[in-house]
Design a protein around this ligand. Sequence first.
Ligand SMILES: Cc1cc2nc3c(=O)[nH]c(=O)nc-3n(C[C@H](O)[C@H](O)[C@H](O)COP(=O)(O)OP(=O)(O)OC[C@H]3O[C@@H](n4cnc5c(N)ncnc54)[C@H](O)[C@@H]3O)c2cc1C
Length: 376
Amino acid sequence: MGRLISPGARSQSFVMVYSVSPVPSDAAVAIIGAGQAGLAVAYYLRRFQLDADVDFVVLDRSPSTGGAWQFRWDGLRMGSAHKVNDLPGMAELGISFETADRSLPAKDIVAGYYRRYEDHFGLAVHRPVAVTSVVNRGADLVLRHSEGETAVRVLVNATGTWGSPFVPYYPGAGTFRGRHVHTNGYVSSEEFRGQNVVVVGGGTSAVGFLLELEGVAATVSWASRRPIDYSTDHVRTIEGGVAAVRDADAAARAGQSLPSIVSSTGVPLTRKVAAGISRGLLKERPMFVRVEPNGVRWADGSFTSADAIIWATGFRPELRHLAPLKLREREGGVTVESGQVWTDPRVFLAGYGPYASTIGANRSGRIIARQIMAQL
Ligand SMILES: Cc1cc2nc3c(=O)[nH]c(=O)nc-3n(C[C@H](O)[C@H](O)[C@H](O)COP(=O)(O)OP(=O)(O)OC[C@H]3O[C@@H](n4cnc5c(N)ncnc54)[C@H](O)[C@@H]3O)c2cc1C
């Protein structure tokens, strides 16, 4: 496959939030990742009177606050995101995503609110600190990271999925002369001005890209494996996807690879989306059969030229650094029940499987913190 643009390669300006204190070499608990899932665990541990940098340590490899949200594209506004749930205890700060300005980029709002949240609750996140591997040393788990090593008794992995983009295999993808871009490398429609673009995917991100590209790109085509599941039920937001959560839970308990919750919630049929359908912009075709050097070939033999293919095809849990712990089952996933890894009860996966949404992340924070307290 041709070059994928990685999030690190994007031209973005961040408010760098560097920590000044050194990373402790040991603690009872380590949390890897300060997105919604990691912050929720840290918050509940504080509620249980545990102190950051004494009892628990939080490490995050990104330059700023906001978890994966800090990397999302400007065009993803608070009003076009599914729904970002408040972190537990956020009301104490007098802020809420519910009342945030819907016209502003979600990445700025989330990064700003998380920054205030971390400060207010004294979560002492160390960043940028990338954990490269976690290994066993006696009864301890040792995190190897960019600042050295930290030994702990309990590990909470809350690393999300943003760093692990999924691109399905299509014959010929490697021969493409244009640009392959995954959702996590998309910056703005301007990059595609005057180009022929094919967008792949059946979720909200794909729809958002199509709406942004209209009138900027020369042509826009849309391919999806399944017909689009438009949802007029405004309650059917991420937390309303009960069936999706149930399926993800069953897969996690069985150690299987996970279905995506976010992509199974349907595309909200907003006024903007409905208008896009009626003017013919939002008209998906079944997946092309092959990628060729200058475009894509459809099942009926017709051809569409393309300068870029945007893969809005989702993500997988980012667990590579846990490989030495051999948590992965033959079924392809990790067996996880109520956030705890079945084969190694010292390890918790926050925001994983049924908890992969902002509301789920809050829930997993509470459940995991309680189990940690029972273990310490
Ligand atoms: C395009 C898109 C839109 C979405 N919209 C919504 C929405 O509207 N509502 C909703 O509820 N959910 C939405 N989601 C899902 C959303 O991402 C999750 O709900 C939530 O933000 C994930 O939180 P998290 O803490 O699990 O992961 P993240 O926010 O990804 O946080 C993980 C953190 O771990 C850090 N990290 C990763 N690996 C390492 C490592 N090795 N060492 C150190 N640190 C590491 C990262 O730097 C990051 O800060 C969306 C997802 C996508 C892809």
